[in-house]
Design a binder for this molecule. Structure first.
Ligand SMILES: *Cc1c(COP(=O)(O)O)cnc(C)c1O
Length: 359
């Protein structure tokens, strides 16, 4: 069976080179006589894997020693609770910018633990843009400001940050490792792995150490950032295989030249698709140009019937998982780091042929 170009938003495509290494190491990891899934998480063989993954991520993202790197479970969604539990320490209040479905879920969860103020929103226009950051007035009486850097479902991304002295927290599930950024602009970033890091099952939290240890007393121990840091992400058994795979992806990224090299590729890949959408008479992208995501590209034809026909024919050609999120409709191409340029080119070639045939 041939492999397809998988445009899924998540769990998403993984680099073929990484899958091949995992395949080769499956039955006997590093002379242990067993698969990595069967190894004790406290064995020296496994410790080298998790420590290597952290070291490589620190290198890739230039993470200073003043920040902890945590491997946690529960996906990005568990972070919607962990952020308020751990960080609503003084005002019991979080500020949120509402840029889509995932922001809304973060807001809903935070309300269980304290006060939430939504200080900007793009809901008025179906989340097709990012609110203006320049003139945003950010109050000071809150513990943090939370944003969603890349909106996986709506296809928007922040290109600037609001001016504030508050700690900025970001959900970077579909943004992390896609372009260069300065960690020190943020107090805490988090990401579920299954978009741009590795398989589902692990979430990564990068957080300023001085913010830790001020959690609410009700914080479950497994949701406690300080405990997780102190225990080296091993208060209990971590998702060992997912962390191993993430580590392989980090090595692959380093070999490719790191995040700056990926950013250039990602910009070129996204441009192939957006340029075609601009020139097309059949397909269009609903997102304001300046705020378009490099990772998730929503688009649509004039009718649901044509959308359905397009998705069906694309799938038959090995261009899969292009159906848009049920809340947005149309199509969506997720083109994370693991999607090769040839995959995006194949998609555009097919869109162009489809348009000629059906236009
Ligand atoms: C996928 C996604 C989530 C949810 O991730 P889970 O790991 O399934 O909890 C949250 N935020 C963003 C931006 C996402 O893309």
């Amino acid at each position: 069976m041939e492999r397809v170009y998988n445009f899924s938003a998540g769990p998403a495509a993984l680099p073929l080179e990484v899958l091949k290494i995992a395949q080769a190491e499956m039955l006997n990891f590093n002379h242990s006589g067993m698969s990595i899934m069967e190894l004790s998480h406290r064995s020296s063989t496994y410790m080298a894997v998790i420590e290597g993954a952290e070291a490589d991520l620190r290198k890739l993202m230039n993470i200073p020693d003043t920040y902890a790197v945590l491997f946690m479970q529960g996906g990005a969604s568990a972070q919607f609770s962990m952020v308020p539990l751990n960080l609503m320490s003084q005002y019991k209040k979080g500020l949120y910018i509402n840029t889509g479905v995932w922001s809304q879920k973060a807001i809903k969860e935070a309300k269980r633990y304290g006060e939430v103020a939504v200080i900007a929103s793009s809901e008025d226009k179906n989340f097709s843009y990012i609110p203006d950051m320049k003139d945003l007035n950010v109050p000071k009486d809150a513990d943090y400001l939370h944003i969603t850097s890349n909106n996986t479902i709506e296809g928007t991304r922040f290109t600037s940050l609001p001016k504030t002295s508050l700690p900025i927290i970001s959900d970077m599930s579909s943004f992390i490792l896609s372009e260069e950024m300065n960690i020190e602009d943020y107090a805490c970033i988090y990401a579920g792995a299954q978009k741009n890091i590795g398989p589902a099952g692990v979430a990564i939290v990068i957080i300023r150490k001085d913010l830790l240890g001020k959690e609410m007393p009700i914080t479950p121990v497994l949701y406690n950032y300080k405990v997780t840091m102190d225990e080296g992400s091993m208060y209990n058994t971590p998702p060992t295989y997912s962390i191993y795979m993430a580590g392989l992806v980090f090595k692959w990224l380093l070999q490719k030249g790191g995040v700056s090299a990926m950013q250039k590729i990602n910009e070129a890949k996204a441009a192939i698709l957006y340029d075609f959408l601009e020139s097309s008479a059949m397909f269009s992208c609903p997102v304001v140009k300046a705020d378009r995501s490099l990772m998730n590209v929503p688009f649509a034809s004039p009718t649901e019937e044509i959308d359905a026909k397009f998705i069906k024919q694309a799938t038959a050609k090995g261009l899969t998982n292009l159906k848009g999120h049920r809340l947005v409709g149309g199509m969506r191409a997720s083109i994370y780091n693991a999607m090769p340029t040839e995959g995006v080119q194949a998609l555009v070639d097919f869109m162009s042929a489809f348009e000629k045939e059906n236009g």
